[in-house]
Design a binder for this molecule. Structure first.
Ligand SMILES: [Zn+2]
Length: 406
C-alpha cells in the first residue's frame, strides 16, 4: 500500500539560555523592534487620518532607511536589520487583517505588555551542524534540545522570544515530512464547547478541565493578591510581579500540553472533525461564559486542530455559531422554541431525552457531514445566519505555516 506523506512547515520550540552579552543584544533588538513598529504604525495612521492614504509595506521599509540616517534613531543600526524588516511585515499583516475585517485596528507595542520577540530569516542566522548563531552574535545559542529536529532539517525562519516569566525560547520553522494517519472506522466526531464540561463529543464523551486546574487557579489568585499589597515601584513589587508571571506561564504551559494531547487524539481517531465557529471575542462579553471559554483556550484548540488535520490528511469543518445546535433534536429534527442556558437535559416531543451538550455535538456532526457529502458550502439543511453567511463552511487547507505557539 502506498502511504500518503506530505511536507509541511512546522515550528519547533525550545528553551535556551543566553549569555549576558546575548541577552543584552536581544533586549536591545526587542527595543528597536518596538520603536520601528510604533513609528510605522503612527505614520500609517497619520497618512490615513489626514490624507486618506494607504501606506504600503514598501513605503514603511523606505521610511526605516531614512530613520536610520537621523541622529535620534541612529541606534537602530546597532541591531540586525532583519528583525526590524520583519516587524514591518507583521504590521502589514495586521493591516491586511484589519481591512479584511478579521481583526481590530493595530495597536502600539508597549514595553511592559507586548510580546517580546524577534524574527530572523535565513540571511540573519547561521545554522551549522545543529548549532544556531544569530546575526550580531559571535557564539551560538545554548539551546536545550528537548526533542530532536526532523532528520536533516534546516530552519528557514528563527523566532526568539522571552516570556513575562523571563524564560527564553527559540522557535525553528522547518520542513517536516508527515505520513497520513491511518484511516479510521469512525466517520467523524462533533465537538461542542460546553459550559459544565470543557468539551463534549458526539460520542457522548465529556472532557473536563484537568484536575490541577483548580489548584493552579488558587495559586494564581494568591500571587495576584500578594502583588496588589506591594508598594508601587518597590523591589518587592517587582518580585511579586515575576511570581505572578511564573504561575501564569505554568498554567499556559500545562494548558497547551493538555490541548496538544486532546487535539492529537481527536485528529488520529476521526476522519472528519466538526466544531462550532465560536467567536471568542463575543463570548467573552457574556460573563457567565467568560471563564469557561477563556480557560478552555478555544482559539488555541481550534488552531491546533486546523494544522494537525492538515498534517494528517483529515477534514476539519466549522459550523456557523448561529446554527441552532442546542435547540435541534438530533433524533427527529424538531426545533425546540427556547433553550435557556441552565437547561442541562430536555425531552423532545418524539420522546427522546437529550443531554444538552451531547445533542448539540451530534447536530454539529450531522451538519458537518452534510457538507462533506455534498461538497463544500452546499448543505441540504442549510441555515442562513444573521450575517447572511451560509451556516456551514469547509475549512480551507494550507494553514500550517507560522504556528505561533508550538
Ligand atoms: Zn425529537
Amino acid at each position: 500500500m502506498w502511504a500518503v506523506v506530505r511536507a509541511v512547515k512546522r515550528a519547533f520550540r525550545y528553551r535556551f539560555y543566553p549569555t549576558d552579552t546575548q541577552a543584552a543584544e536581544l533586549a536591545r533588538t526587542f527595543g528597536c523592534i518596538r520603536k520601528v513598529y510604533n513609528l510605522a504604525l503612527a505614520a500609517r495612521t497619520e497618512a490615513w487620518v489626514s490624507r486618506q492614504e494607504r501606506v504600503t509595506y514598501t513605503a514603511t521599509s523606505a521610511m526605516l532607511t531614512r530613520w536610520k540616517k537621523t541622529e535620534d534613531l541612529a541606534y537602530l543600526n546597532e541591531v540586525s536589520s532583519v528583525p526590524l524588516q520583519q516587524t514591518l511585515r507583521h504590521l502589514q499583516t495586521a493591516f491586511t487583517n484589519f481591512f479584511a475585517k478579521r481583526s481590530r485596528y493595530p495597536t502600539f507595542k508597549s514595553k511592559k505588555k507586548s510580546r517580546r520577540s524577534a524574527e530572523y530569516t535565513h540571511s540573519a542566522f547561521r545554522w551549522r551542524d545543529g548549532s544556531l548563531t544569530l546575526a550580531k552574535m559571535t557564539e551560538p545559542l545554548a539551546i536545550v534540545w528537548s526533542r530532536p529536529l526532523p532528520e536533516g532539517a534546516s530552519p528557514s525562519t528563527v523566532t526568539v522570544s522571552q516570556d513575562p516569566a523571563g524564560r527564553w525560547f527559540v522557535s525553528l520553522l522547518c520542513v517536516d515530512v508527515i505520513p497520513d494517519a491511518p484511516a479510521t472506522t469512525a466517520v467523524g466526531v462533533g465537538v461542542d464547547a460546553g459550559l459544565d464540561s470543557l468539551l463534549t463529543l458526539s460520542t457522548g464523551e465529556k472532557i473536563t478541565n484537568p484536575r490541577y486546574e483548580r489548584a493552579d487557579r488558587a495559586r494564581l489568585a494568591r500571587a495576584q493578591r500578594d502583588l496588589a499589597r506591594k508598594e508601587k515601584g518597590s523591589a518587592n513589587r517587582a518580585k511579586a510581579r515575576l511570581k505572578v508571571a511564573r504561575v501564569y506561564a505554568r498554567i499556559a504551559d500545562r494548558r497547551r500540553d493538555h490541548l496538544h494531547r486532546l487535539t492529537t487524539r481527536l485528529v488520529r481517531d476521526s476522519q472528519t472533525i466538526v466544531i462550532e465557529d465560536l467567536s471568542v471575542r463575543n463570548m467573552i462579553r457574556n460573563h457567565t461564559l467568560a471563564r469557561a471559554i477563556s480557560d478552555a483556550g478555544w482559539r488555541q484548540f481550534r488552531a491546533m486542530l486546523e494544522y494537525k488535520a492538515n498534517w494528517y490528511g483529515r477534514h476539519l469543518i466549522t459550523v456557523d455559531r448561529w446554527y441552532p445546535s442546542s435547540k435541534l433534536c438530533s433524533t427527529c429534527g424538531a426545533l425546540a422554541e427556547t433553550m435557556p442556558l441552565d437547561v442541562r437535559s430536555w425531552t423532545c416531543r418524539c420522546g427522546v431525552v437529550h443531554d444538552r451538550d451531547v445533542n448539540a455535538a451530534r447536530n454539529l456532526l450531522a451538519a458537518g457531514l452534510a457538507v462533506t457529502a455534498c461538497g463544500a458550502g452546499v448543505s441540504p439543511q442549510r441555515e442562513t445566519s444573521r450575517t447572511g453567511r451560509p451556516a456551514v463552511k469547509q475549512e480551507t487547507s494550507g494553514v500550517t505555516q507560522g504556528i505561533p505557539f508550538l
